[in-house]
Design a protein around this ligand. Sequence first.
Ligand SMILES: Cc1cc2nc3c(=O)[nH]c(=O)nc-3n(C[C@H](O)[C@H](O)[C@H](O)COP(=O)(O)OP(=O)(O)OC[C@H]3O[C@@H](n4cnc5c(N)ncnc54)[C@H](O)[C@@H]3O)c2cc1C
Length: 399
Amino acid sequence: MSRMPDVAVIGAGIVGAACAYSLARAGLSVLALERDFPAAGTSRACDGLILCCDKTSPAELELAQVSAGLWAGLAEGLDLDFEYGNTGVIVVYATVEGLEAGRKQAIDRCGCGVKVEMLDAAGLLALEPNLAPDLAGGIYYLDEAQVDARRATLALLQAARRCGAELRQGVSVTGLRRDAGGRVVAALTTEGEIEAGAFVLAAGVWSNEIAASAGLQLPVRPRKGTILVTSAAPGMIQHPLLEGSYAASVHADTSAAQVALVAEMTAGGTLLLGSSREFVGFDRSVSRAVAQAIAARAMRYLPALAERNVIRAYAGLRPWSPDHLPLIGPVAGVPGLYLATGHEGAGIGLAPVTGEIIARWLIDPAYGKSQATSGLARTVWPGRFGDLIQDAAAVRAAA
Ligand SMILES: Cc1cc2nc3c(=O)[nH]c(=O)nc-3n(C[C@H](O)[C@H](O)[C@H](O)COP(=O)(O)OP(=O)(O)OC[C@H]3O[C@@H](n4cnc5c(N)ncnc54)[C@H](O)[C@@H]3O)c2cc1C
């Protein structure tokens, strides 16, 4: 790319890749800057579930539903197969009380268009015969889907490049330079200064340091999650499974480690077993105690796992934000900078809608103005966000 790009995207995880794709598809010239290689961060150390069943706020549910629809379209439209499967997800409950509480939440979500099927104990075992026989029941969320997150990142980047985007790997952004008017005009990088018309900060949990160089304090914190990979277990589960307490573990902001079962079958036949949530800084090592806790949860629900081996384990860092909503859009007082971070445990699901919202902000100045007075002003940090609900609705209307 010889001329200055319209926009530089910092970070080529799934969120940066989705932004690069939406921006390039909208006709902007895009340069993606990645410190290591695509999906080097959290987007290769995670599950790949596209979920509505864990969303508790209307804003995030709306975003998730729009994004799920976008993922289905991408699965049809992108060249690289990223193992999209519209499998649905079953949330399983060990107790009758838990099941009742889960049903109430599910009924609320039905009011927003989420499709569910209530399962009693027998119905649950009919769909998932390898589950423990003493469970109370489950809730089958029919529209949930899954992808291979790393391949999905590569597929989005490939599509972005076909639309003219350039990806530079091995280039670390060390800061941002603002001009006399306060506008962010250049990224300081290990390969020198790179100017662009605008910058999208999509560096996941590493966004804070870059933002700080432009005088902006982001509230994003790394929330570690560990996953165990089993030896091949074909047929062990028919759908991804979540334990009923999963959503509560997402929203529990305690520093104590949270563990709730997530089980996902990969195309290769291995099972991904998670998941934990811990605030332990940027440490990505696998803790034996957490791994054991995950294994114990998994065996409680899937006793047949006792016959399988764990062949590896890894940990990733979710970009947590204090109100569990991602940071998407421009920043008051820092023109030229757009945020696309803070997706915590939902960045895979929410990546496409994030890309579309960012593209809207950049291609249509009137969009920004029309959102400026809308409701859901976010106060957790000194920026301003569009109303996420309205943003999502606008993306849905245009789709
Ligand atoms: C165990 C676990 C399970 C999960 N399961 C799910 C799930 O089922 N569904 C779901 O939706 N989400 C899930 N998530 C969350 C999801 O993985 C994240 O929200 C998502 O990957 C974040 O993507 P990102 O692009 O923002 O960040 P990242 O993938 O971390 O990408 C950031 C990129 O920026 C690059 N970078 C960093 N610093 C710089 C710099 N200075 N200069 C240039 N580049 C830089 C990094 O190398 C990296 O490639 C899970 C997460 C974990 C940990």
